[in-house]
Design a protein around this ligand. Structure first.
Ligand code: M6R
Length: 619
């Protein structure tokens, strides 16, 4: 959470820093701020509560521009202190010469703050970050690290507990930025006579594609021509250089009104890229460098750990993985997993699913699992991020950058990748014949086309959304793989349309939720295929009758040619027919479109829903 960016070079820093913040705004949009060094010993700061556009408005109407060749910027998701001007970053030390931006939480900030206040320092914000600014200013001004910004930063980092990426500028060294990281991301962009630091590469790919991903507990000092990396412990730093190969257009709206809508339409390509290279003559191939067939054969228990939408992708995969492998699969919220001391051993495979690769709870679940001796496979969309780095193996989802806060294309890519995991586990165990695995892969390979067809069928869903925009609540029902689809549909509606929405397993209705049904309440029902376990289909039809009898307005998502449902559907959404276990890849699409359209009708910002941030890097 929070996006940070820094620049030093020969160009004016302000437009580059603001450009970077624009691309990082998905990380938080409670406030934004910049600091620019004028090169004459002055440090100029501007910050404003609310979205970046508020700050840009102030800068445009301000008396004089912030000029200078080195600058830092921040877009905030508030943790300590409300989303106000005074709590906006950058924060400064007492002298006003040092400015700091921060992503993360300093867990021991209260004690540090009390110590600073006891020496007469007056705080001007409620944030944990301001403590760092004062400590850094003091370390730079007095004591053994005086006059040495990198050493001062190293000393300060040694006092901090928690998660942080910090970037600091000091007016005395106007062509230098010092950045440090622990548990939060930091990448360096290496340009020609200029350097960037940022929370992720999208902040600078318009200017350079050469990047360095810092490792844990590392510090980088950038000047226009150099990037020097050290580790807090003085050990040899382990960092990764890489080339950013995705197209800049991938991080633009490309003619769509919002990123989310563009990303919904990118889903066929996301599935296609996720499958690429994962099938050859030997069958399914995952991460051949780090996960071999022997290890897969000995797995006797699978845990899928994840948060939010990624968790739903795991719930869907469980049906397929257990069916194909007969290995017991547990799907756990990463935030609960380690606190209940699950029993793991060397034959346990933990699959950690995360778009960002930096979700704090999922990362901690990975660390817990590895400490218990389990093997960890990351399913991740972000190259080189912390979760794959700390896992034994990785399967990248290759959906491309997802900027809309609500996960869409990465969800379908995660579901696809999780299916690959299931097939890869089935292969060496012989629980699914090689020919059938090849057929399953073929079905997956046809999914991009099927999802593309589904997308062409969405106009009626848009109309329906406008109709539902005034509803107080919407319920979602499903059975089997349709149950997690219902959960995902409800989550999308909550986060985008701020509407009360719940997903239920239809079999649970009579155990309580049916009491919620009242006249006119919209209920979205995902029908199982009539060909797959006809009993499930029949039971679902009964459930629809039950809610219809109590006045619910039934919105039924069913596969084409399922003639039995029409009499019970106040509104019918027909989808292409696919094998039952793969149905979520098509059935989720109308849920996404419905939520986005209801949000639009209600006048909400689809890409930046209130109170949320794309990467949840604090617990
Ligand atoms: O980056 P991750 O996949 O680990 O993120 C997990 C959740 O925070 C994320 O899926 C969240 O639920 C989405 N914004 C929902 O659309």
């Amino acid at each position: 959470m929070c996006g940070i960016v820094g620049y030093t070079g020969s160009r004016q820093a302000l437009p580059l820093v603001l450009g970077g913040l624009r691309r990082l705004e998905y990380r938080g949009y409670d406030s934004a701020g910049v600091a620019v060094m004028d090169g004459l010993g002055g440090l100029r700061i501007a910050k404003k509560a609310g979205v970046l556009a508020n700050l840009e408005g102030c800068l445009e109407s301000g008396p004089d521009p912030l000029t200078g060749h080195t600058g830092i910027g921040h877009t905030r998701w508030a943790t300590h202190g409300g989303p106000t001007d005074r709590n906006s970053h950058p924060h400064t030390g007492a002298s006003g010469k040092v400015a700091v931006v921060h992503n993360g939480i300093i867990e021991n900030f209260a004690g540090l703050r009390a110590d600073l206040e006891s020496t007469g320092i007056e705080m001007s914000s409620d944030t944990d970050t301001e403590v760092v600014a004062h400590l850094l200013a003091r370390a730079y001004e007095t004591g053994p690290t005086a006059g040495d910004l990198p050493e001062s930063m190293a000393v300060v980092c040694g006092k901090l507990e928690g998660a942080f990426t910090l970037v600091a500028a000091h007016a005395d060294v106007p062509s230098m930025l010092v950045a440090a990281r622990r548990n939060s991301p930091l990448v360096v962009g290496v340009g020609d006579g200029e350097m960037f630091v940022a929370s992720d590469v999208s902040a600078f790919i318009a200017h350079t594609r050469q990047a360095i991903e810092l490792g844990q507990d590392q510090l980088v000092v950038i000047t226009p021509d150099t990037a020097e990396i050290t580790s807090f412990s003085n050990s040899e730093p382990d960092y990764q250089r890489f080339y950013v190969d995705w197209d800049l257009a991938a991080a633009e709206k490309g003619g769509y009104p919002t990123f989310m809508e563009k990303e919904i339409f990118e889903q066929p390509a996301a599935i296609e890229r996720t499958l690429l290279g994962h099938f050859d003559r030997s069958g399914i191939v995952l991460d051949e460098q780090r996960l071999d067939q022997r290890e897969l054969r000995t797995v006797d228990k699978v845990y899928i750990v994840a948060c939010g939408t990624a968790y739903h992708s795991g719930l869907i995969a469980r049906y397929a993985i257990e069916n194909w492998t007969r290995i017991p699969v547990e799907v756990e919220l990463a935030s609960e997993f380690r606190y209940r001391d699950p029993v793991l051993n060397g034959d346990t495979l933990v699959v950690a699913v995360s778009q960002s690769g930096e979700t704090a709870d999922t990362l901690e679940a990975v660390r817990y699992a590895r400490r218990q001796g389990a093997r960890v496979l990351a399913v991740c969309n972000t190259n080189g991020s912390q979760i794959p780095r700390e896992s034994d193996a990785v399967l990248y989802t290759r959906a491309g950058p997802e900027i809309g806060v609500a996960a869409t294309k990465t969800f379908l890519a995660q579901v696809t990748a999780n299916y690959l995991v299931g097939l890869a586990l089935a292969q060496p165990r012989g629980t699914r014949p090689a020919l059938q695995i090849a057929r399953d892969f073929e079905v997956l390979s046809q999914m991009p086309a099927t999802v593309a067809t589904t997308l062409t069928l969405m106009n009626p869903v848009r109309e329906l959304a406008r109709d539902l925009a005034a509803s107080k609540a919407v319920l979602f029902l499903g059975r089997h793989v349709g149950y997690p689809v219902a959960l995902e549909g409800a989550l999308k509606l909550k986060e985008l349309a701020y509407m009360h929405a719940e997903g239920f397993a239809a079999g649970e209705l009579k155990h309580g939720p049916i009491a919620l049904i009242e006249s006119g309440l919209p209920v979205v029902v995902t029908m199982p295929s009539p060909k797959f376990r006809p009993v499930l289909h029949a039971k679902m039809l009964s459930n629809i009758r039950e809610i219809q009898a109590r006045g619910a307005r039934t919105i039924v998502i069913a596969e084409e040619f399922d003639d039995t449902v029409a009499p019970f559907a106040d509104y019918l959404i027909e989808l292409p027919r696919v094998p039952a276990l793969f149905q979520p890849l098509v059935a989720t699409v109308p849920m996404q479109v419905l939520a986005a359209e209801i949000a639009r009708s209600r006048g909400y910002d689809i890409d930046k829903p209130r109170n949320l941030a794309k990467s949840v890097t604090v617990e």
